[in-house]
Design a protein around this ligand. Structure first.
Ligand code: HEM
Length: 206
């Protein structure tokens, strides 16, 4: 099993890059439809969100399968979520606004959905910066607590998605449902661990 999963590593890296290469291909051959800038935002934003919830799904999979070798995959998918989010933000800053900071400032003040995007982005940035092994070692127990913020990032990203949507709510509702299921799973594991820990506490002597 470990052998197979290790073999999957290079394939996973290629898989993570496919949406990016696909986008480059479509930009090169002018395949982005009638509103290419919007299509660019949508694709990058959607892929960032997809990688966020793939990252979130790793811990439940690890708990169910008891396979410990998935930590590297969690890091890879988390970094991909950050990578696509960074391109998405760069698209907004450069393609939409040509780095005109005054206009960007006004737009951010007027568009509340962007605030949620910024919250989500800063959390993913923090998580990406603290993801290397040396950072994990240095941060000790704080690392785990910090990385739980990924749930807040995912919720903020979904709020950002909801808020800017003009029509069909089905997609963000689906993402929200997935996050609730994953959070529910974490909650159940936490409750089970707490009950086990209480059972193992030495009984007080009267
Ligand atoms: C982790 C951070 C972020 C994630 C996961 C994310 C994700 C998304 C998603 C899923 C959409 C909707 C795409 C669709 O309609 O299918 C979207 C739209 C958008 N996002 Fe973000 N976003 C993030 C951060 C940001 C930030 C920081 C900004 C700007 C500073 C931003 C600017 C936009 C804009 C302008 C749109 C609207 C695109 C349009 O329909 O014209 N996003 N984002």
């Amino acid at each position: 099993m470990t052998y197979l999963i290790n073999r999957l590593w290079p394939l996973s890296i290629v898989g993570c890059l496919i949406p990016f290469l696909w986008l480059i291909f479509d930009i090169t051959f002018d395949n982005l439809g009638s509103n290419p800038i919007q299509e660019l935002h949508i694709r990058l934003g959607d892929w960032s969100l997809r990688f966020l919830w793939i990252t979130l799904a790793i811990t439940p999979i690890q708990t169910i399968t008891k396979w410990r070798g998935m930590t590297d995959y969690r890091q890879l998918f988390g970094l991909c979520a950050f990578f696509y989010a960074t391109l998405h933000v760069l698209g907004y800053l450069l393609v939409d606004h040509y780095f005109q900071w005054r206009i960007i400032g006004i737009d951010i003040l007027e568009s509340s959905y962007i605030w949620f995007g910024i919250i989500a982005y800063f959390i993913t940035l923090l998580l990406a910066l603290s993801s290397p092994k040396w950072a994990k070692k240095r941060l000790g127990k704080t690392w785990k607590k910090l990385h739980r913020f990924i749930y807040i990032a995912a919720c903020a990203a979904i709020m950002h998605y909801f808020w800017q949507l003009k029509g069909n709510l089905a997609d963000p509702l689906f993402y929200l449902l997935v996050i609730f299921i994953l959070l529910g799973f974490r909650g159940l594991v936490w409750l089970k661990d707490r009950q086990l820990a209480q059972l193992m506490l030495p009984k007080s002597t009267k």
